[in-house]
Design a protein around this ligand. Sequence first.
Ligand code: 26V
Length: 804
Amino acid sequence: MINEFKNKKEFQEEFKRRIIERYGRSIEQAHITEKYMVLGEMVRDYASVHWNDSKNAIAEKKSKQMYYFSMEFLMGRLLTNNLMNLGIYDLVKEGLADLDLDINELENLESDAGLGNGGLGRLAACFLDSLASLNLPGNGNCIRYEYGLFKQKIVNNEQVEVPDQWLSLGNVWEVRKPKHAVNVKFGGHVDMWMGEDGKAVVNHVPSLVVRAVPYDVPVVGYDTKLTNTLRLWSAEVADDACDAANLNEYVNEVREICRNVYPDDSTEHGKLLRLKQQYFFVAAGLNNIIDAHLRVYGTLDNFAEMNAIQLNDTHPVLCIPEMMRILLDDFRYEWDDAWKIVTETMAYTNHTVLSEALEKWPIQYVQDLLPRIYMIIEEIDRRFKYACSHDLGRSDLMNECCVIKDGQVHMANLAIIGSHSVNGVAALHTKILKEDVMKNFNDLYPGKFNNKTNGITHRRWLLYSNPQLTQLLEKTIGPAFKKHPEKLEDLMKYVDNSEVQKKFMDVKMERKKILAKYIKDTLNIDIDVNSIFDVQAKRLHAYKRQLLNVMNIIHLYFRMKADPNFRIYPRTFIFAAKAAPSYTFAKEVIKLIHCVADKVNNDSDINRYMKVVFIPNYGVSIAEILMNAADVSEQISTAGKEASGTGNMKFMMNGAITLGTMDGANVEIVERVGYENAEIFGLRADDVALIRHENSYDVWKKYNQNGDIQKVVNSLVDSTFSNDPRDFKQIYNELMFKNDEYLLLADFEAYVHAQGNIEQRYRNAEAWARMCLINIAQSGYFSSDRTIHEYARDIWNIKPVTVK
Ligand code: 26V
């Protein structure tokens, strides 16, 4: 068997041979999905050679390793990415072409690994790509969900969720590793007695034991041999874990643990199962890492020197009490020694300031499901309170900051107390954490809080998804930016060059045509490629204000209907967004977008000037053709609410102009490109804070002052867009009877004005292209390589490893 084919010929021979071996059919007879599977396996095996060398190199050098614990990894497809990173894409493409096979056809057979909701999960995936590409030993730890986040279909203008059967063809990238299986215990009770050493001996007698089996996915770096691991845990029945009478019940209980990715709507439903998922993958992952460490060092004393664990939001925070449990109960450490190891190992990233998204568990849930873990959390809480009033001398902050209060376990508090580092994901977000949301903790632990502005992998989001732009950049500034994205700044020398400007516009046109074709093929809507492509693509949330975008569309429509002399520059408003299944407001917004689209797109007076398109089932693969076709990037959240945003960076890197508020990483984008190369509008975060503080906002006042606002708001409930009187009532009520929590009406005029500016600026093609080029040139900072470099240096203290 040839794993590392050196040329086209070797590849072809091996490909043909494997198809016969695996499926007993010739290449002509084999089904296209069989060809896809064999190609995938060949690429995986190619990577496996490096994978093995990497593990050896890390063991030999005793390198410190990092483990990124995340409930979500939105990996998307891996075939193209891996072929490209391995540097064998062209060889394979040509080899297949000689065999009459189109590589694109095979690429499109791969399902997205959609193991996540949105930004937080995609960030984790970008981080893995950067870690490997920077030669840093860093691995992912997650759940092998049987179904990814639901697929979105639109039926009668409404979102319908269908299961995402991403594993239906099998997953070529994973390798099952039963030898590393771990038993995870739930429920039951804890027996305790005094041991001979005078310390408590603890015996947890569980009511449920589940076998956690890992599936490893190689994470291939760009132009390097270092290959890291994404470990996905799957729940299986444990040996002798139940008697035959309860078999069915037991099997169901086990299987349900890894069934679904939880949608981020934070409703009560199924919460206990989510807690089970959290402990399941934390306990399995942690025990595994500890075993591996012990095999090399025989002691856990140096665990924190050799291992770093990053907690992606509070979801994996049970790592903290679980590691305490292992050290105390299994290895009989003293509390203080154990605590030192744990806190030096753990670091926590916060991804949101929305209070409804901050995790809290009812005491009873934790106590019943994880009796020993709960005891440890109680002890952490008790010692924290003691330290607060004694060592830290701040008994005034004790009740605010403690872990257990109001009958709930506060996971963010546990995370902060049990970690040596707490970071936000953009400068503004970190400032809000330090000065407002987590101010008390920042006072208690000066120096613990730090910022790590998010990034995106420029490989997937520029080099691979936009080969046209990559080629232009390479011709203009040479290839150095591929490995050193900060070198994109060399493009600054060419922003006034009219030839480069023109070539950029040609590239953009090509990308717009590709998107237009996708829209035609999937939705049968014709869009004008000469119109401005104005895109808002992200999860549907009230604070992200897709509704504000719709309100401007309605406003422009009314103006054009009322005044035949008023016409806008042709514009295509494109939306893509999933709403959490039980988030009724968000679902109503999706319906509104469709109803507005129906009216506008079918109005022959208007549809030359504007079209509204909703692209269903937004995910990584759609983003790969959507971001790079945009002229305008809509980033219009209420200031202070969007922790960072990462879509904003993908748009920027592909030469779109940010139309946004001063929120999240938009602030840092503007800092780099300058106000004149973005379109910024609306209330600032401190304005919003002041309005809240003074309680001074009155939505009815806004409404009564502005006739345009009145027309738009009234149209929601006067059957302009739907004959069903129930439609859009909730939207109307949220705005008008809940005092417009996200300040849409407050920002409406400024937004309409900013949209007008965009149009004026687009009319000057040279100036527009110049602006886009400046955005691309300044986007290198937002490569996740920069982000990961900072994490590695400031938090993890990990160093590059060379694999020969
Ligand atoms: C919350 C919940 C609540 C319970 C059910 C499952 C679940 C899953 C996810 C979440 C919230 C995740 C927070 C999040 O995705 N934050 C986003 O993180 C991005 C990466 O840092 C950042 O760019 C976005 O601004 C931020 O909204």
